[in-house]
Every structure is written in C-alpha cells, then in structure tokens.
Design a protein around this ligand. Structure first.
Ligand code: NDP
Length: 329
C-alpha cells in the first residue's frame, strides 16, 4: 500500500480506501462486511468511508458492528461520516448548526466510536449560511468529536468561501473535498479545483472510481442480475446506463478493457490506477460487493508502473474528454 497526505494536513491515508455506499445492507451483510473490511485492512487500507444517509443509518450500524468484531486499535484506521440527509423533517436535513451536531452524535453512536477522523458536508446547503456550518464544524473539532472536516460536491467558490470565513474568524478550515472522479467525470478535480490544491492545501477523497462499476467492463453484455444496476432502488443509475451517454460509456469501457489486457491488467485496475496517477487525489475510495472484486481492485497498485506516458495517451484518446486548461481565479 502507498500512503498519501490528505492535502496539506499531516494525516496520511492509504492511496486506496474502502466505502459502503449502496453495498452495506443492500448487498453486503454483517459477515461480508467483516470479511471485506478485514481484507482491505490487511492490504494496508486505513480509511473507511460512510455517511448518515447510507441505508438510512444501517450502513454505519453494520460498519460499527464490524469494527467491534474486528477489534482493531482505534489509532490504526480512520473513519468518516457525512452529514446532509438525516431524515425527512426540516431539523434532520442540511447543514444547520443543529443538524450538523445531532448528525455527528448519531453517527458516533451507530459507528460505536468516540470520534470521527473525517466529517464531510455531503452537499452544499443553500439555506444555511456557510459561516454557520464552518462554526458548527469548528465546534465539533474543539469538542474532540471530529478531527478533520470537509465537503463533498461543493464548488471551488464555496470551498474558498469556507476557507476565508475560517481564516478570518480563527476557525478550523475544511481540509478535504470528496468529489466524483473517474475516467468519465474529470472536470471538478482536474479543472475547477486546480488552484485549490496549492493555495488552500485541499485534499481529495474521490468517489466512484469505476463509475458505479461501468469501468470494470461488466455491463458490456447487459446488466448482470446481481449487480448494482439491477437493484430496484437504484433504477435511476440504470436509466443513466441505458441512455445515449451511458451506452457510450459502456463502449469506451470495452475499448479500455482491450488496452488493459495488453498490460496484463483488468479494466477495473486500469481505471483505478489512472485515478492514482493524479497527485491531487489523496485517496481513491473503492466499492466492492465481494472479496474477489476487492482483491482485484486493490491490485490496481501493482499495475501503476505500466501506466507510462504512451499508455496514458492511448487512454486519453479512448475517453476523449480531457478538461480544458485549469480554471484560474
Ligand atoms: P465504484 O464506482 O468503484 O463502484 C463500485 C461497485 O462496482 C461495486 O460495489 C460493484 O458493484 C462494482 N465493482 C467493483 N469492483 C468490481 C470489479 N472488479 N468487477 C466487477 N464489478 C465491480 O465505487 P462506488 O460508487 O461504490 O463509490 C465508492 C465509495 O465512494 C462509496 O462506497 C462511498 O463511500 C463513496 N461515495 C461517495 C459519494 C458522495 O457523494 N460523497 C457518492 C458515491 C460514493 P456490483 O457488484 O453491484 O456490480
């Protein structure tokens, strides 16, 4: 395993980490969660990602029970939660001081830990002043309940505003952002945030490196019955898979697969390895529903030396979506 600093912070996360969106509860039960988390940890993974909204809290409950079973020292791994969608009532959603505090306490109870290493604002909340959220996060840091706070799918401007407010008020600024990043979705990480890495020391914990599995090549011949796209609750993902853009993605994944095979790698390993080539990626959060997938994906580290200039150029020509020059402010 390689370890990378989370932006300019002193925290070193494993380059590959493990998350539970969709999978825990829907596809992965308690026993499988223990198996997958152990496999990841034994391979050097030290970051496990979660959120209050995943399976309405059951994802955190399963992870909490798994951590209890596994009995790892609390100083040997890092854990996250995310606040935004806690329930249906107005007090249970968004980034108000109230919900940020209530959601953190609830996540700690479900995960059965005393503190969260990383705590994310899962989306921007246009109904709450950014200053209120920055102060609420700062208070959690002071209370010892959160070590590093960050954002997910915020704009560069919103992140810069949060930093400015924190700097002016002597408050804790956000350390990291959690954006989608993969061979199909590149704009935010490569263009919009380009300046924030050096000016604010922003770290990134990137999600859906396989675009929900498409970049494993598994959808080339239809939708396997046991796959995410076949889950009734995720019909919207399947709709995206079946529209013109989705079909084009599946085609490109097939082309990438041919290149991967030339390198002695799988499509998934090529796609995950490509994310790791970006030095502004602090950690790539893997998703997996079984041990074989996770083992394969962790193998992405081994193929990194194969991803030389010429290979990267061939990847670029297949995906044909390189963002324009980085955005400047
Ligand atoms: P991926 O895009 O890597 O998709 C993972 C899924 O793809 C697996 O669950 C599995 O689904 C399939 N898959 C994975 N590896 C293979 C393989 N080798 N061969 C075949 N199929 C494979 O990541 P996720 O979308 O799961 O995102 C990763 C993590 O990122 C999440 O768990 C979560 O922690 C975080 N996240 C954060 C978001 C945010 O808004 N901040 C949003 C989304 C995710 P199956 O077996 O069902 O086909």
């Amino acid at each position: 395993m390689d370890y990378r600093r989370l932006g300019s912070s002193g925290l070193k996360l494993s380059a590959l980490s493990f998350g539970s969106w969709v999978t825990f509860k829907n596809q992965v039960d308690d026993a499988a969660a223990v198996e997958l988390m152990k496999l990841a940890y034994d391979a050097g993974v030290n970051f496990f990602d979660n959120a209050e909204v995943y399976a309405d809290g059951d994802s955190e409950r399963i992870m909490g029970r798994a951590l209890k079973t596994l009995g790892w020292g609390r100083d040997t791994y890092t854990l996250s939660s995310k606040v935004f969608w806690g329930g249906k009532l107005p007090t249970q959603r968004g980034l108000s001081r109230k919900h940020v505090r209530d959601a953190c306490d609830a996540a700690l109870r479900r995960l059965q830990v005393d503190y969260l290493d990383l705590y994310f604002c899962h989306r921007p909340d246009l109904d709450t002043p950014i200053e209120e959220t920055v102060r609420a996060m700062h208070e959690l840091v002071l209370a010892g309940k959160v070590l590093y706070w960050g954002t997910s799918e915020w704009s560069a401007d919103q992140i810069a505003q949060a930093h400015g407010i924190a700097r002016a008020g002597g408050l804790t600024p956000p350390t990291m952002e959690q954006p989608q990043y993969n061979l199909f979705v590149r704009e935010k990480v490569e263009r919009e945030f380009a300046q924030l890495y050096s000016t604010l020391g922003l770290g990134t914990t990137i999600w859906s490196p396989l675009a929900s599995g498409i970049l494993s090549g598994k959808y080339e011949h239809g939708v396997p019955k046991d796959s995410r796209m076949a889950l009734p609750e995720y019909r919207w993902l399947r709709d995206e898979l079946e529209n013109a853009e989705g079909r084009e993605r599946v085609r490109k994944a097939g082309e990438l697969g041919k290149l991967a095979r030339e390198l002695g790698a799988t499509t998934a390993q090529l796609a995950i390895g490509w994310c790791l080539l970006n030095p502004n990626v602090s950690t790539v959060i893997l998703g997996a529903t079984n041990a074989a997938q996770l083992r394969e994906n962790l193998g992405a580290l081994r193929i990194l030396p194969e991803l030389r200039q010429g290979v990267v150029e061939r990847i670029e020509s297949i995906v044909a979506n390189k963002p324009a020059a980085p955005q400047r402010y």
